[in-house]
Design a protein around this ligand. Structure first.
Ligand SMILES: Nc1ncnc2c1ncn2[C@@H]1O[C@H](COP(=O)(O)OP(=O)(O)OP(=O)(O)O)[C@@H](O)[C@H]1O
Length: 260
């Protein structure tokens, strides 16, 4: 197993009307192939900025990010990205939404149909191929977004609070499904969340960012073996210990809020 994503001295400065904002400062992190890493930190510490830089949507100001040994320049085609707002189009059916990334890549129609139906089966949406997004529940929409991200088989998944809007029970169901997919398909996952329980239940490492400018403050290895049961994991003593350590690191950052 090698390094999937290598972040070295990463810095991001935004220049706006009010002057310059240092969103991220001197971030060093190597994410191994097949790892599940969670990012936590106060609002505005640059978590989304870092995902955007890994995906190549925005440029890095200083430092380097490499994916599979190659510097990320421009859109990074090796990652699948699920942002907070899902990209499900209301005028397309579920199947046509899932097919979208394959259409962009010029995959022929027959192969598209085959891959879309396999993907819908994987996310338990087979009976909804011809439904429109407005006919779906919140959880089903998330599954469409998940299928859309997975359909072109990226090795690395970037997920920015993908389950943030779901109720607690549905969140657990989606977490369990994601862990299953991660284990079956040997993906590398970088997962941003505000929910410490979610970070510990899913990730092998939890990275805590400080308030702005975002720096890595602490990295916690979660000593809970896989396969994990997200429903039961939180009752393990290892979970509670990890939670205590992480909360001690995170709480002061949240209390200080953003440095204005
Ligand atoms: N395009 C931009 N122009 C100027 N400043 C920006 C821009 N995008 C983000 N910022 C600033 O950079 C900082 C980091 O933002 P970012 O969205 O990455 O944080 P975050 O940790 O993902 O926050 P949240 O948890 O609230 O989603 C914030 O202070 C934000 O205001």
């Amino acid at each position: 197993m090698g390094v999937a994503i290598d972040i070295r001295g990463a810095e991001k400065r935004y220049v706006g009307r009010k002057g310059e904002t240092i969103a991220l400062d001197a971030v060093d992190l190597a994410i191994e192939e097949g790892e599940f890493v969670a990012f936590v930190g106060p609002s505005g510490c640059g978590k989304s900025t870092l995902l955007n830089m890994i995906s190549g949507i925005i440029d890095i100001s200083l430092g380097t990010i490499t994916q599979d040994g190659e510097a990320v320049r421009g859109i990074n085609r090796r990652v699948g990205y699920m942002t907070q707002a899902d990209s499900v189009l209301p005028w397309r059916t579920v199947a046509d939404n899932v097919a979208l990334p394959l259409e962009y890549r010029g995959v022929p129609r027959a192969e598209r149909a085959r891959r879309v139906s396999a993907m819908l089966e994987m996310v338990n949406l087979t009976g909804f191929a011809h439904a429109f997004p407005k006919e779906l529940s919140g959880g089903m929409r998330k599954r469409v977004a998940l299928a859309q991200m997975l359909v072109y088989e990226p090795k690395t998944l970037l997920m920015d609070e993908p389950f943030g809007a779901l109720d607690a029970q549905l969140k657990l169901v989606m977490q369990a499904e994601l862990l299953k997919i991660w284990q079956e398909q040997h993906k590398t996952i970088v997962f941003v969340t505000h929910d410490l329980h979610e970070a510990i239940a899913l990730a092998s490492r939890v990275v805590v960012f400080s308030g702005r400018p975002g720096r890595i403050k602490h990295i916690e290895n979660v000593p809970i073996p896989y396969p994990r049961d997200v429903f039961k994991a939180r009752f393990l003593p290892e979970f509670e210990q990890a939670y205590d350590r992480l909360w001690r690191e995170l709480a002061p950052e949240i209390e200080h809020g953003e440095e204005m």
